[in-house]
Design a protein around this ligand. Sequence first.
Ligand SMILES: Nc1ncnc2c1ncn2[C@@H]1O[C@H](COP(=O)(O)OP(=O)(O)OP(=O)(O)O)[C@@H](O)[C@H]1O
Length: 248
Amino acid sequence: MIEVNNLHKTFKSKKNTVVALDGLSFTAKDGEITGILGPNGAGKTTCLRTLYGLLEADEGSAIIDGISVTEQPLAARAKLGIFPDKFGLYERLTAYEQIDYFASIHGLQGAAKKSAIEQVIKDLDMEALAHRKTAGFSQGQRMKVTLAQALVHQPQNFVLDEPTRGLDVMSTRVLREYLSRFKEKGHCILFSSHVMQEVAALCDRVIIVSNGKLAAQGTPQELCDLAGKTQLEDAFVKLIGSDEGVAA
Ligand SMILES: Nc1ncnc2c1ncn2[C@@H]1O[C@H](COP(=O)(O)OP(=O)(O)OP(=O)(O)O)[C@@H](O)[C@H]1O
């Protein structure tokens, strides 16, 4: 379970002060897919980076399975799989070697590590890719490697920042099916997206963020009912009071 409590984050430079998070709170539960929707600049990535421990909030807390990200960053991160907004691969390594590297970072060793790597390669149907160097991999193949390295240690919680951006239909389907199976096993999945259809189809709960605050939350149907609309996109526009940041 992921809990975000009253997060505040301001970026200050000589010329500007940007309030990215302004008291954001929500919970993403086990056995559910929770989507974060919000217009450009709403604070979604800042919130997710705070969960990864890459950014420190000015105020508030992020808690993963009861563990504070700031107080026990390594213990919290062990409970987390991360699919970041920009993924870089080590192009001189094979897909297998990259997954192996992340498995080692998470403390897997010997036969347990080998079997975890083989399992994730099988689950993602990437046997044919496993022993190729990743230089020249397509966007969908890169997505699979990123997914495999994020999940090889079978974290209870999985956070993804706009995971389907740049993916074709087949790769998007692979990702969706994988997330659904992961959820069925009782894991907690939190992802940000601009794609309304995807959020409506995949998410059990939706968190709408606007100007660094929670604008509304609920199931896609509850949000439609709250806004008096039949489509999530129309409900989103009404609830944030603007049509900025909407993708079909
Ligand atoms: N490192 C940084 N330095 C300065 N400002 C930042 C930094 N990171 C984020 N911001 C600002 O904080 C605000 C929130 O940004 P954030 O990336 O969290 O939004 P987002 O909801 O993920 O947007 P998008 O949908 O466009 O990716 C924006 O105004 C952004 O310009």
